[in-house]
Design a protein around this ligand. Sequence first.
Ligand SMILES: C[S@@+](CC[C@H](N)C(=O)[O-])C[C@H]1O[C@@H](n2cnc3c(N)ncnc32)[C@H](O)[C@@H]1O
Length: 261
Amino acid sequence: MTLAINSIYNIDCREGLKQIDKESVDLLLTDPPFGISFDRMGTQYNRKQKNLGDLYTEIPQEEYFIFTLSWLRGVWDVLKPTGSGFIFSGWNNLGDILNAISEVGFRLVNHIIWKYQFGVYTKKKYVTSHYHILYFTKLPLNKDHLRTFNRISDYSVSLGKLYFEDVWFINRDYQKGGEKTPTRLPLALTDKCIRMGSEEGDLVLEPFLGSGAVIQSCMTFNRRYIGFEISPEIFQIARNRIEKTRNHIQNRNGTLENWLK
Ligand SMILES: C[S@@+](CC[C@H](N)C(=O)[O-])C[C@H]1O[C@@H](n2cnc3c(N)ncnc32)[C@H](O)[C@@H]1O
């Protein structure tokens, strides 16, 4: 592998994926960019960049399926035969993502709903307050996947039965001060995916870092990681957050674990 483990890169993930060893990744955990329609693109280009959200790279709706297919094929190549993945999606891109998952050859295991506590206020349609999480494996479910889930179910008494159902009630984080990013996933959500979908020491891939929530969860639960982000500004935010997490872990443990070096 030409890329270092436990590193993030400011590059297009379609290029980055080509530089990862074949069949080396245990888990994909990602929240890809949105597809937006052309009329909205016009207003996008004129948007003032005072809001950090404008720095996100989004994909024209009509190119979304091809875009998804191209990065997901790269994921297929680098995922171990025992590997699995979680992809997050809003409802507007869901059709393209589901089609790409089956076109590439992955096997869908669960369609999870993440219910959060607020959405945009609307007068003419229902307020969106959920997200889709597609959980899939590369090959049919095998004993390695069962091992992960069994291990987690050891905690079931303390976690409660709801933890294992496919509707997840998790609040969005309240982001006070500092650098705000509008599509940031709550750590409780990325923590849950990491804990249920991987084991300590596993290699986790996040091709669309955003502010880096997935990497923070990897660091918390001793998973190795590799991540990509195309926007230099967003990449810097991810880098800052990862550095803060590193310091936090260092203070908590006194020393850094070897896996972080
Ligand atoms: C929905 S956001 C991810 C948000 C993230 N889950 C968080 O918690 O902040 C998707 C990210 O993918 C980035 N992106 C878009 N196209 C990309 C590409 N081809 N390669 C790498 N990153 C890309 C966008 O700039 C954006 O930051």
